[in-house]
Design a protein around this ligand. Structure first.
Ligand code: SAM
Length: 322
């Protein structure tokens, strides 16, 4: 589930929560969740792309670059590639520029950081050039349309924040003729937190939280909805694209022996805080009940009891092949 682009949220009882750390903590949750069959379908399609030069990949809303690490780690790219990753928030790009070279060296790449800010990675016969840019997607599209065309355009935990039909057709305008699209971790209507606090209240909070997604406006335009995953099918088909594969990529977060893996307790606190802040001021809820709910949820995390499930979908498609 993509969360709105807050950079920091303040949690009175738990100090300050930081978006970069949240994205870092999210990596292991996403690693478990991503649909491996959809990934493999995309990989096969990429290996079939006829290119005499490097494959051009564009990632939008890439955060701190964890998907670039995953593409390299999980062997998504058939050979040489040029990856451009943009994100609206400079602090995310700064963190991506900091962590990618370190990650690459630890994973057997030689790293060459170029004067203009791009990073070249070499391993075996593969060379991957990465360009990271702090830029709003719509400014980027306005600048690049007609100048560059990408073989693969991807967005991870992002499309459910956007006006999907508008964003999709703009993104498609940046692709090569039979370009590939990959949209992963698209929220699809279910948030489950167990065990219950108060059953009537838990259900109401889920309902109202999803409603905040349905009613979200960015620059006065509807952006995202609580069933983005399933709605992607019709939007992608309306583009004239063929869906190559789709499948579930639910987040399932639980402790083992009372301890959450990696930094996933932080991830959970951040999720609870996000729901709490989204519903602050809601006329349909008592604020005392909401505060009490959030306090119970944070305590459940501290005790290793909370189980969190968010239903999401991944989808891979190819343009102009319908
Ligand atoms: C939920 S985060 C996901 C980040 C990353 N894909 C990940 O999963 O780790 C959504 C990201 O989209 C970025 N974003 C939101 N609106 C954007 C826009 N209009 N242009 C570029 N990036 C945007 C935010 O800064 C944020 O990093």
């Amino acid at each position: 589930m993509a969360l709105p682009e807050v950079t920091t949220v303040v949690m009175p009882e738990h100090g300050k929560y930081d978006f970069v750390r949240y994205l870092t903590a999210k990596k292991s949750v996403d690693d478990r969740a991503l649909n491996r069959r959809v990934w493999q379908t995309l990989r096969e399609a990429l290996f079939a792309v006829p290119t005499d030069s490097a494959l051009r990949v564009l990632e939008v809303g890439g955060g701190i670059g964890t998907m670039i690490e995953r593409m390299l780690d999980w062997g998504l790219l058939p050979g040489d590639a040029e990856i451009t990753m943009i994100d609206a928030h400079p602090e995310n790009i700064i963190e991506a520029s900091r962590r990618l070279p370190t990650w690459a060296i630890m994973n057997g790449f030689s790293v060459h950081e170029e004067a203009g800010g791009s990073i070249r990675l070499f391993r075996g016969r593969q060379e991957v050039r990465v360009v990271l840019e702090a830029c709003d997607l719509f400014d980027f599209i306005a600048r690049e349309r007609g100048r560059t065309a990408w073989h693969l355009i991807l967005a991870h935990a992002f499309m459910d924040l956007m006006n999907i039909s508008e964003t999709l057709s703009l993104l498609a305008s940046l692709a090569v003729r039979y370009g590939l699209l990959y949209f992963s971790i698209n929220f699809d209507g279910v948030t489950a937190l167990e065990p219950a606090t108060r059953q009537d209240l838990d259900g109401q909070i889920e309902l109202l939280y999803h409603r905040t997604m349905d009613e979200r406006l960015t620059a006065g335009r509807p952006s995202g909805d609580s069933h983005s995953g399933r709605r992607l099918f019709e939007h992608v088909r309306a583009l004239g694209a063929r869906i190559l594969d789709a499948g579930g990529s639910d987040w399932v977060v639980f402790s083992r022996g009372g301890a959450y893996p990696h930094d996933e307790a932080y991830f959970l606190h951040f999720i609870v805080q996000t729901i709490h802040s989204a519903l602050k001021g809601s006329p349909q809820l008592s604020m005392a009940d909401l505060d009490e709910w959030a306090a119970r949820r944070h305590e459940q995390i501290d005790r290793g009891e909370l189980v969190y499930i968010a239903h999401q979908l991944d989808l891979a498609a190819q343009l102009n092949t319908r």
